[in-house]
Design a binder for this molecule. Structure first.
Ligand code: CA
Length: 227
């Protein structure tokens, strides 16, 4: 799941980015309204976390513009202003939730997860599977043949991407942008190392190998019946 945070307070932004990354999300961060708006319009984000008071373009303007453009991703507002008028304004404009600063990170995380759950209809989307491998997205758990598999957050994100797009060869550059931060240097072998670890956990002890290397192109998850 990919999130965009637009927050002009550097410390708050970094704190959120770090916390959400550690919780398994891919996070982009913008420190001003104009850039944030552009990123939200151009990128594929599952959710936005928007500060209200921003330089150049405030949170309300970003929200209005996105909704006018037909962008339906859930939006959570963060703001120090807690007057009832602001809340009503935000919700009327199409914000999905509202959190007043200062807030506890645990509360933010709970709200983010609730909004994402609500927006990913139908509910069956919360489980992804291929062959006997099952991913429970809500609880961040993987299992194969009914046996629990313990994955690090990046491993889970990588596996989720592969399973979502099963049968499709994913180039390294795409994996990089979806699973690691967008400025990540894709020349390194981080992806290969992560794939090796993932194979050790989900494929090594099973006869049916799911992760496939497509030489010169990238990686794919698939079952032999289909490929
Ligand atoms: Ca602000």
């Amino acid at each position: 799941m990919k999130l965009l945070i637009v927050e002009d307070e550097i410390k708050t932004g970094e704190y959120l980015r770090q916390g959400l990354s550690e919780s398994g999300f891919v996070v982009d961060l913008s420190h001003n309204g104009l850039d944030g708006h552009q990123m939200a319009m151009a990128g594929h984000y599952d959710m936005l976390i928007l500060d209200v008071m921003l330089p150049d373009m405030d949170g309300w303007q970003i929200l209005r513009s996105l909704r006018n453009a037909g962008k339906e991703m859930p939006i959570l507002f963060l703001t120090a202003r807690d007057s009832i008028d602001d809340r009503i304004k935000g919700l009327e404009l199409g914000a999905d939730d509202y959190l007043v600063k200062p807030f506890a990170f645990a509360e933010l995380l709970a709200r983010v997860r609730t909004l994402l759950r609500r927006s990913t209809t139908p509910v069956t989307e919360l489980r992804l599977s291929i062959a006997d491998l099952v991913l429970d997205l809500a609880r961040h758990r993987a299992s194969r043949g009914g046996k629990r598999i313990y994955l690090a957050t990046k491993e889970f994100a990588l596996l989720e991407l592969l399973v979502r797009r099963q049968g499709e060869v994913l180039p390294r550059s795409l994996i990089t942008s979806q699973v690691w931060d967008m400025n990540f240097d894709s020349d390194t072998n981080v992806i290969d190392v992560a794939i090796r670890r993932l194979r050790a956990k989900i494929d090594d002890e099973f006869d049916l190998k799911l992760i496939q290397t497509v030489r010169g192109m990238g990686y794919m998850i698939d079952t032999p019946e289909r490929s």
